[in-house]
Design a protein around this ligand. Structure first.
Ligand SMILES: NC(=O)c1ccc[n+]([C@@H]2O[C@H](COP(=O)([O-])OP(=O)(O)OC[C@H]3O[C@@H](n4cnc5c(N)ncnc54)[C@H](OP(=O)(O)O)[C@@H]3O)[C@@H](O)[C@H]2O)c1
Length: 216
């Protein structure tokens, strides 16, 4: 049975924390595919997943998303700032509007960076690769501590490898996909990150789960 919105908000409330809290939100098939056969993930978890997706946004201060996902899923502005992560500064036009954020490296091409800074807020941290500790500090300095990472698998894999993911909200869609879709996180290095179950809700066969990083 579907819980009402107040109950969903209670279940997914961010914990009180004096540091940035990084939550990721994904949907996957029973066999671990991170997208459907059409290459997109939006429809995989049905209406309940879409509903929880929007409630998770409403609970967050900022949505952090990889440029690949923003491009594939057609991201545009939302009620919360979207912070798009791109090394190449390949930002969809729809996100090139005031209020949005671009996260990149400090050694990104200077001219392109300057052009972006005229329009959006830019966080440029790290040389060669993004320095995520600095990025989280800079988001926190803007009052954005409830961080929601909406993927994709490359960005998520980087954050998991760095052990910066505090929590994952994972919807398990009752479908098998086979094919060559990625899992919800991949990175050059494999790691072990124990997680503790927060909740698991069965809504008409769609499993809504929340898992918290076990740092004990
Ligand atoms: N199942 C789900 O819940 C879910 C969620 C999200 C996405 N997806 C699916 O995942 C697929 C996209 O996967 P993806 O792995 O390509 O997505 P992604 O992580 O969103 O995008 C990869 C791109 O984002 C930028 N990026 C990511 N991490 C970076 C880092 N640490 N430093 C600098 N730039 C970084 C780079 O952009 P530049 O090339 O611009 O430098 C990179 O090419 C789509 O099919 C989408 O539907 C599924």
């Amino acid at each position: 049975m579907q819980p009402d919105d107040a109950e969903i908000e209670r279940l997914y409330a961010y914990p009180a924390s004096d540091r940035p809290w990084v939550r990721s939100n994904f949907v996957a098939t029973l066999d671990g595919a991170a997208h459907a056969s059409d290459g997109r993930s939006g429809s995989l978890g049905g209406d309940i997943d879409t509903h929880v997706f929007s409630i998770l946004r409403s609970l967050a201060d900022v949505v952090v998303v990889g440029a690949g996902t923003a491009r594939d899923e057609g991201y545009g502005p939302s009620s919360v700032p979207i912070a798009i992560v791109s090394r190449r500064l390949d930002v969809p036009d729809a996100l090139l509007v005031p209020g949005q954020i671009v996260i990149t490296t400090a050694d990104a091409p200077a001219e392109a960076l300057a052009r972006l800074r005229d329009v959006v807020d830019v966080i440029a941290a790290g040389t060669g690769s993004i320095d995520w500790t600095q990025v989280l500090e800079q988001l926190a300095a803007r009052g954005l501590t409830r961080v929601l990472c909406e993927g994709g698998p490359s960005l998520h894999g980087d954050l998991v490898a760095l052990d910066l993911v505090d929590e994952i909200c994972l919807t398990v869609a009752p479908v098998l996909a086979a094919g060559e879709a990625p899992r919800i996180a991949h990175s050059p290095t494999a790691v072990d990150r124990p997680m503790t179950l927060g909740h698991a809700l069965d809504v008409d066969g769609v499993l809504l789960t929340r898992w918290v990083r076990d740092r004990t």
